[in-house]
Ligand binder design. Structure first.
Ligand code: VG1
Ligand code: CO
Length: 545
């Protein structure tokens, strides 16, 4: 079959952000837009000939069309085989697992994660390398450079592949295997967790949970694993059917967007003991106890402190890592257990080297993402199973487990305030003004707080020595409190300013404060120093997590 060579002109906006290329569906549907980016990925790969590519997405609008296009381009590029999730569905962690398991050259995951979907929503393309993890910065930069020089792309003629039917197909000499999206992932989870203990808990009749799949990719995974394999009652999984527009919602598992789940757990007479949710592509998680919210930073700390209760980590963990804006709760656990603790920039791609080198076993981000060395992505359902395994072992409530953690390690009050869709220009002025102030901030007094250090975070990768600059502005106080400012790298409209607030409280008699009240003085300092209202017109954040 002849491969078509299509002449094209490059786009100038295909720079991958924190997690792949994310744009509106409208942008992705522009003629040759997707094709140009996919060709740019292929052009930066060596040794494609005969190798395997993993392909799937979170099922959002445009997923199916994009898959047919990418299959034709993969055949033209010379891949020997594509392994495709049935119906074009693969969660991000499941794709990461398949890349590793089948020794693929890499994978393409179609998702804009927690961003809204549908014709008016967003679409995204991520490339993961042979270790199963997001392409490192050196590679995303090479892809961007290639995208600006594309003059043509290569594509096999149209030959629709029946992606809903399991089986093997052929396209222009390339093999396509449509596989069950869940089986390999479920098999991996069975090697890590004590499924018998979790099943006993879920079937005991004394413990009720709800998992909110938010009409995104984890629906099929959660139905299979929680209800069918572990025997949780039918109805445990809510919003379990993936929809192209996620039912109109933001598939973002936080207190603001998982409203229905929050209401179930916070009802005065709630009978639900454990609540969890995941995002569009299945890599994020939110953990709730009865009328109790676990911050992702605390969740990482609790899992690290209790890891040896889980079969997969019985022999202990090598170390932990957290993204810079994530609270320092995990650091305290690492210190006590004598483990190394690394601080990386935001985005999972920075954990890959540490995991590959065996320097860490667990890692996570404040943005509802936690994971381990079992794959090279954060993993929502893995985190939920981890918590279930702990609950089954400890026979205690989520709230008690977290409160006794605080009693032992102290509590890191933590919150993130997002100012969404502000004018790009305003955001840049604000950041420049902040950068300009940094040299004069050290030693400055704000009420009871003294600034110890203020800088723009630079990360030097301890494995390959690569340096990433400008990864967030930090104001560090003498008592360990922190204010961090960052601009989001996943949005598609204007700019989103993220303000991260953290305050450490060792005194157990003060662990019952309202989080926002505990952080009110820090918020006031953040607003004042960054002149947020003056420069953006915003009095308060749009989303607080
Ligand atoms: C956000 C989060 C970051 C996360 C990224 C991708 O990035 O803050 O921690 O790694 O999303 O997550 P940003 O640049 O908007 O702050 V996902 O679930 O969208 O792959
Ligand atoms: Co995600």
């Amino acid at each position: 079959m002849t491969i078509q060579i299509i002449k094209t002109t490059p786009f100038d906006d295909q720079k991958p952000g924190t997690s792949g290329l994310r744009k509106s569906v409208k942008q992705f549907k522009k003629p040759d837009y997707l094709q140009t980016f996919v060709q740019a990925i292929f052009n930066t790969l060596d040794n494609i000939g005969g190798s395997t590519l993993i392909l799937g997405g979170d099922g959002r609008y445009f997923n199916r069309e994009a898959i047919q296009i990418i299959l034709r381009m993969a055949a033209a590029a010379g891949f020997g085989r594509v392994i495709l999730g049935q119906g074009g569905i693969l969660s991000t962690p499941a794709a990461s697992n398949l890349i590793r398991k089948y020794q693929a050259a890499g994978g393409i995951i179609l998702s804009a994660s927690h961003n809204a979907g549908g014709p008016e929503g967003d679409f995204g393309v991520k490339f993961n390398g042979p270790n199963g993890g997001p392409a490192p910065e050196s590679m995303t930069e090479a892809i961007f450079a290639a995208s600006k020089q594309i003059q043509e792309y290569h594509i096999a003629p149209i030959q629709p592949i029946p992606v809903d039917k399991l089986g093997s197909y052929e396209l222009a000499g390339m093999k396509i295997e449509v596989i069950d999206s869940v089986s390999d992932y479920l098999a991996l989870m069975e090697t890590i967790f004590d499924f018998n203990k979790i099943a006993a808990l879920l079937q005991s009749g004394k413990f009720k949970m709800r998992f909110d799949a938010m009409h995104a990719v984890t629906g099929p995974y959660a139905h299979r694993i929680l209800e069918q394999r572990l025997g949780a009652p039918v109805g445990t999984v809510i919003h379990g059917q993936p929809l192209a527009d996620f039912g109109g919602g933001h598939p973002d598992p936080n207190q603001a967007h998982a409203k229905e789940l929050m209401n179930l757990l916070y009802a005065r007479n709630s009978e639900i003991d454990f609540g969890a949710a995941s995002d569009g592509d299945g890599d994020r998680n939110m953990i709730l106890g009865k009328r109790f919210f676990v911050t992702p930073s605390d969740s990482l700390a609790v899992l690290a402190a209790n890891a040896t209760l889980v079969p997969g980590y019985r022999n202990g963990i090598a170390g932990v890592a957290r993204s810079m804006p994530t609270s320092q709760a995990p650091d305290r656990v690492a210190a006590k257990l004598g483990l190394a603790c690394y601080e990386t920039p935001t985005g999972w791609k920075f954990f890959g080297n540490l995991l590959d080198a065996g320097k860490i076993t667990l890692c996570g981000e404040e943005s509802f993402g936690i994971g381990s060395d079992h794959v090279r992505e954060k993993d929502g359902l893995w985190a939920v199973l981890f918590w279930l395994n702990l609950l089954a072992e400890k026979q205690d409530s989520v709230e008690n487990i977290v409160r006794s953690h605080w009693a032992e390690y102290g509590r890191n009050y933590y919150s993130r305030h997002d100012y969404e869709e502000i004018e790009l220009q305003d955001a840049n002025v604000l950041v420049d003004a902040l950068l300009g102030q940094l040299p004069s901030l050290a030693g400055k007094q704000f009420g009871a707080l003294t600034v110890d250090k203020a800088d723009s975070f630079t990360y030097t990768d301890p494995v390959d020595g690569s340096v990433s600059k400008n990864q967030g502005i930090r104001i560090l106080f003498a008592d360990g409190s922190r204010i961090i400012f960052r601009l989001s790298g996943t949005g598609t409209q204007g700019a989103t300013l993220r303000v991260y607030l953290e305050k450490y409280e060792p005194d157990a008699s003060k662990h019952d404060q309202d989080v926002q009240e505990a952080l009110a003085d820090l918020l006031a300092i953040a607003q004042q120093v960054a002149r947020i209202e003056e420069l953006t017109g915003r009095e308060a954040a749009d989303v607080i997590t």
